[in-house]
Ligand binder design. Structure first.
Ligand code: SF4
Length: 74
């Protein structure tokens, strides 16, 4: 799993931080999301998927393995 965020879309609602606090944080400067872990470990991936689904701005993108058509990481 690899994550990317679109900070310009973030509304600063903080759902991602509440759902996966080890992975997401909010900037003290502008209140928008900050990505703490770009490649979260397996035990946090369910929370990351949930955060991506809950984000009202669609600012969180999860790359693989769900919906990933490229080669599997070894
Ligand atoms: S849930 Fe979405 S809109 Fe809310 S802080 Fe996180 S990235 Fe930003």
């Amino acid at each position: 799993m690899e994550l990317s965020i679109a900070r310009e879309r973030c509304q600063g609602a903080g759902m991602c931080v509440l759902t996966a606090p080890e992975v997401f944080d909010q900037s003290e400067a502008d209140g928008r999301v900050v990505l703490v872990e770009t490649t979260p470990p397996v035990e946090r991936q369910a929370a990351v998927h949930e955060a991506a689904e809950l984000c009202p701005a669609g600012a969180i993108t999860v790359h693989g393995p769900r919906g990933h058509s490229g080669p599997s990481p070894v």
